[in-house]
Ligand binder design. Structure first.
Ligand SMILES: [Zn+2]
Length: 677
């Protein structure tokens, strides 16, 4: 894919941001509250990137698209594709089967309607549909035009949507490509309904034209650019000359304060600029669509398309979710868009492209996203640890967590993670979820091992190395490149780590790593009360809580309503012969009509006390006797150990990990450090 990154172009940004923040830190004493970042939020969109119009020769080489919305309420987008120079007797054109960043076959050609071809002077040409997504045009070495329309009713970050007020266009679902000629440039002209404006992360030769035009250097670059049309609300800011804009399309309203969202996005961008040593773009667009449901995000090289729930901002949780989404998609501009598996660019759009590195591209993005939010002052360090403890507790309950190597789970994303099966709970784990925890473990290994040698190493250091060696040079990576970068960070060979946890299924061990870096790990049974706060006087002993006592009983079946959703291997439910899909109707001959009722009746029994379940299976009434066991699960809490009691070396490592004592950082919590002896 086309890459904007050149070291010489983003180095000045690093220096400017670094100096700015260091000057600020010198002026202010250390404090707990986030230091306001002196980069103002401006109203309106960022000035577009402009470019020269194509010369006559380039224009002949370019594939030109005209996109029109004559009747937005019909939800059809009308597209004309003009190819002036065509040297083959017959030319094949195709629509991608998938969109990069989302590893699922979507067959975008199924939305194409009424496709026809003609000569440049309007005479019809023969079109033969060759397979589900490819057409061949008999153009006899002459230029031609293809006219088609695309139905756009799917509101998501990956698909096309048009209504009477706005449109989100997803380029791989809209633009055809010339098979084998994807390197040709593209020119896009948009004909908009009155009063609408267009926004896209592509340079334009006509910034003030009511019929906007954009240029893309290749089909890959075009596919990487989504379009937002309508009247979005906008804010922008600049960091050392790098422009970032936030566009909010909320046609049915939203309770999101855009100024607050923009200020938080700015703090995230500044934090990543510091972590990664500059911003490798001239302009970046955060598209936000406020819809009835949230809907995640999709990364691009110079933008991210994100979807939020329009009424989700009545509590802090909405802003926290948005901060996570922004940080995640923004870090992808490095991890997967510039630093990427060799298989992931240039792309084969016709079929599945398998990558064994999605645990790295997605899971590690989650790891860095969480770290960046602590450094940006948007997550408190203890909240970061509590969220990590929650993730660890939940992961440790997944029976499928070590069933297959995560590299294989990644390879099979297309047919496993994105095509669910009833067996998944016992045989699959998400490469996001496990990848994130592998990322945390690797980061701690690198910090501890480098620290023991009196040097600094970290997961972000791995990304900085891979950006310099591969991302900025437009070279793909493989697992060996990741291992080499991690080994350089640690100061020792780290291959063993990847053999065990990426190519193997050795269980991850996070608690000992956390304990080594100054975090208390508390591990208790679900029925045991949470540990008392060590800061407070010890409370008087209490009798066991009857509610907690009920958590002792465990059968190993998971429910979805009154149906069995999963049966853990070797659990009491499995031994009793319960099956996925069984519909439970009574326990000990008393009717149960909800999940809560089933769980309550099961919990009435102590471990070892037999219960009889009546159920329907395939229309047949059956009974099964289950003998529940003692709940084998554990609840984890991770807490900061009081800094005053820690070895200064460990405290330094922990401060560096959590960004709790970074004199140049936007948030400086150095007051937590005990006074120097
Ligand atoms: Zn992602």
């Amino acid at each position: 894919m086309h890459r904007v990154a050149h070291v010489s172009r983003w180095l000045p940004a690093l220096l400017a941001v670094g100096l700015l923040l260091r000057a600020d830190a010198r002026a202010e004493p250390p404090q707990r509250a986030p230091v306001a970042i002196p980069i103002p939020i401006q109203p309106g969109p960022a000035p577009p990137l402009t470019t020269e119009p194509l010369g006559a020769r380039e224009r002949r080489r370019a594939v030109r698209f005209t996109v029109a919305l004559p009747e937005p309420a019909s939800q059809y987008v009308e597209v004309t594709m003009t190819v002036t120079r065509a040297t083959r007797r017959a030319t094949s054109i195709a629509m991608p089967a998938w969109i990069p960043g989302s590893y699922k076959i979507r067959d975008f050609a199924r939305h194409v309607d009424g496709l026809r071809a003609e000569t440049l002077d309007g005479r019809p040409l023969a079109v033969h549909k060759r397979d589900k997504q490819t057409w061949t045009i008999t153009n006899r070495r002459r230029g031609f035009r293809v006219v088609y329309r695309v139905f756009a009713d799917e509101l998501s970050v990956r698909t096309n949507f048009v209504d009477a007020q706005h449109a989100l266009l997803s380029s791989p679902a809209l633009f055809l490509y010339l098979v084998g000629q994807e390197a040709r440039p593209a020119e896009i002209e948009l004909r908009l309904p009155p009063g609408w404006r267009a926004y896209a992360p592509l340079p334009t030769p006509t910034p003030d034209d009511p019929t906007p035009r954009y240029l893309a250097a290749s089909y890959d670059e075009l596919v990487d650019a989504p379009f937002m049309l309508g009247r979005p609300d906008a804010r922008h800011f600049s960091i050392a000359g790098r422009r970032v804009e936030l566009l909010l399309s909320a046609v049915a309203g939203a309770n999101l304060e855009l100024d607050r969202a923009a200020a938080e996005a700015r703090d995230i961008v500044v934090t990543f600029s510091r972590l990664m040593g500059g911003l490798p773009f001239a302009r970046y667009t955060m598209f936000l669509e406020a819809g009835p449901h949230g809907g995640g995000g999709l990364e691009h090289e110079r933008s991210a398309m994100m979807m939020v729930q329009r009424d989700g901002f009545s509590s802090e949780g909405g802003y926290a979710r948005l901060a996570h989404l922004v940080a995640h998609e923004f870090f992808h501009l490095w991890n997967v868009k510039r630093i990427h598996d060799r298989a992931l660019g240039p792309f084969d759009y016709t079929r599945e492209v398998h990558s064994r590195l999605l645990w790295f591209h997605e899971g590690f993005t989650e790891t860095v996203e969480n770290q960046a939010l602590v450094r940006a002052g948007l997550t408190e360090p203890q909240d970061f640890l509590s969220a990590l403890a929650g993730a660890w507790t939940s992961y440790r309950r997944k029976p499928g967590r070590d069933h297959e190597p995560i590299s294989l789970v990644s390879h099979d994303a297309w047919t496993r993670l994105y095509q669910s099966s009833a067996r998944d709970a016992n045989t699959l784990v998400s490469y996001y979820e496990k990848g994130h925890l592998i990322g945390v473990a690797l980061d701690l290994e690198l910090r501890l091992r480098a620290g023991a040698r009196g040097r600094r190493g970290s997961l972000v250091g791995v990304f900085r190395r891979l950006m310099a060696s591969h991302g900025a040079r437009d070279r793909g990576i493989d697992l060996d490149d990741i291992i080499a970068a991690a080994s350089a960070e640690a100061g020792e060979d780290m291959r063993w780590f990847f053999r065990r946890h990426v190519e193997g299924t050795t269980p991850l061990q996070l608690p000992p790593l956390l304990e080594a870096i100054g975090v208390r790990v508390i591990n208790r049974a679900p029925w045991e009360p949470p540990p008392p706060d060590p800061q407070l006087p010890a409370p008087p002993p209490e009798p066991p809580s009857p509610d907690l006592e009920r958590l002792r009983t465990w059968t190993g079946m998971q429910l979805s309503g009154t149906r069995v959703h999963n049966v853990e291997p070797r659990s009491p439910a499995a031994i009793a012969g319960l099956m996925i899909g069984d519909e439970l109707i009574a326990i000990d001959r008393r009717r149960v009509d909800s999940q809560a009722a089933i769980e309550a009746r099961v919990a009435d029994h102590r471990p070892g006390e037999r219960l009889v379940i009546s159920l329907f299976r395939d229309g047949q009434l059956l009974e099964r006797a289950v003998v529940p066991a003692l709940n084998p699960h554990r609840e984890f809490s991770f807490e900061l150990i009081d800094a005053a009691t820690l070895d200064p070396k460990v405290l330094r490592l922990r401060d560096a990990w959590l960004g709790t004592c970074d004199p140049a950082g936007p948030v400086n919590r150095c007051v937590l450090r005990p006074p120097a002896p």
